[in-house]
Design a protein around this ligand. Sequence first.
Ligand code: 5GP
Ligand code: MN
Length: 340
Amino acid sequence: MNKDTLETVNTLLANPKNIVVIGHKNPDGDAVGSCLGLSFFLKQRGHTTQVIMPNDFPEFLKWIPGCSDILNFDKHTDQVTKAIEAADIVFTLDFNALNRTGNLTETLENVKAPFVMIDHHLSPDDYAVATYSDTSMSSTAQMVFHFIEALKGVDEISPEIATQLYVGIMTDTGSFRFPATTATTHRVIASLIEKGAKNSSIHQNIYDTNSQDRMKLLGTALNNLHVLPEYRTAYISLSQQELDDNNFKKGDTEGFVNYALSLKDIVFAIIFIENKQEGITKISFRSTGSFSVNEFARAHFNGGGHTNAAGGRSEKPLQKAIQHFISILPAYKNALNHDA
Ligand code: 5GP
Ligand code: MN
């Protein structure tokens, strides 16, 4: 965090404030962990805080300290609107543009209170009075640790905060294996373990709580795996019917796309997930090496994210979305074979 940003933040937080901390739509481990970690820290420093999400978060995160106090706009619409209206400061975490909050976007666009952004996605929008953006960071949760460090608060990290931040870092780094995992990430993790994060049980809580439904859905997804060797690309799809047949619950498809990426010689992996309720096909993109899925998602699927992990959507039904995707690939043939 640069000096100006730190100064602005220190001024904003100089006396007790009413603060809301907001994550992105379809919150993941990093959104939930970083928002809760920051909220707990600010609360300990005498502020009043409320974590808000645009919609519900997955079951496998529903054990994290403080998670039952999160308000989601879909379910607690009036309460969330009031909390945002009453806020002196709005922290936005783990996203880089207000429209990443879905139904909450309009409410946020009309907020008069100052925004503070903490985020690691590419191309951040300029809506905050203090923008702490670092696209080299493993996770927003790691950035919250550095934020606490800058505010000279590391000694105040409780076992709960350590756990919340650990979850964010662990989930966004694919358990410390993605390229943005640095020596500093590991130092932060070491510090969080010293502060009381129980690394092994956190891992179990997140990864070893599979339902039979989810495992069957994974089977269906893997059956739908298609490989396009000339583009070093593999994709998976799940139709609404297949989701329904396996009692799909939010979060069940988390990580499925990585099976496609784990194939030998594949550098680009995609999962297409039909959402009839929203009338869209939700798409996750992953890559290894220099191929930027952020640029690909931005250019063709109204999305974005990071170089190697991004998301987007198509307004087309599943099979049409896939056909459209395949029709785009020839333009990327060279880029996809660049590192071969
Ligand atoms: P996932 O594929 O796991 O949903 O998301 C991968 C990454 O892309 C995450 O960092 C996520 O925040 C970002 N992302 C997912 N969906 C979208 C989207 O529709 N728009 C943008 N700009 N980013 C997204
Ligand atoms: Mn993140």
